[in-house]
Design a protein around this ligand. Structure first.
Ligand code: GRF
Length: 193
């Protein structure tokens, strides 16, 4: 049976788009249904793309709300669904214990650096400013910390010869867009075999 996922975004949503494409016509076809794309802000650009693909969307403003109060609202919303995995894709919020416990072991994130070396924002800037010859994209389980959850898998990004931050981001995102779906597929196949 197909697994049901909710994808959480806060902005552009290019990883969400890549996953949706894999669900429709790629390696997640017949394996995954995107039940809902959720955002913590109304103007998250990725919501428009999701709507245009006929996917249900939902936003709840997190502005000014205590982390646990906001997360409870999201839990209440998701109560109407059966969700196998929550896929964070550029979701710019640290999750509270209440949320992590509600979906224990089912929340996954992609981080554009080696989470053992760099957590939080500006990971591509960090790689560029430190002249790294390679960086790593990390897919990990999510706990209450910022990019501290158990690592599922990492993928190297070759940065040799890059001149600009834009090039770093381009090389990194190219890997992210392929790698995230591959790991989701692997998790689902491991679970069902
Ligand atoms: C990506 O680099 C992702 O790894 C990080 O935030 C960025 C989101 O980009 N967590 P997008 O919204 O998926 O385009």
């Amino acid at each position: 049976m197909k697994k049901k996922i909710a994808i959480f975004i806060s902005g552009r949503g290019s990883n969400m788009k890549a996953i949706v494409e894999q669900c429709r016509n790629g390696i997640l076809k017949n394996l995954v249904d995107v039940e809902v794309v959720f955002a913590n802000k109304e103007d998250a650009a990725g919501l428009d793309y999701a709507r245009s693909m006929g996917i249900r969307t939902k936003w709840i403003s997190s502005k000014g709300l205590k982390r646990s109060v906001f997360d409870q609202k999201v839990i209440d919303f998701l109560d109407g669904f059966t969700i196998d995995y929550i896929i964070l894709a550029g979701y710019m919020r640290v999750l509270s214990g209440i949320f992590v416990n509600a979906f224990s072991g089912k929340i996954i994130n992609i981080h554009p650096a080696d989470t053992f070396k760099h957590q939080g924002l500006h990971a591509y800037e960090w790689a560029f400013n430190n002249n790294l010859q390679e960086t790593k994209i990390t897919v990990h389980y999510v706990d209450e910390g910022m990019d501290t959850g158990a690592v599922i898998s990492q993928h190297i990004v070759d940065l040799k010869g890059v001149q600009t931050l834009k090039e770093v981001e381009e090389r990194g995102l190219k890997v992210e867009h392929k790698f995230y779906s591959e790991i989701i597929r692997m998790l689902i196949l491991n679970e069902t075999n």
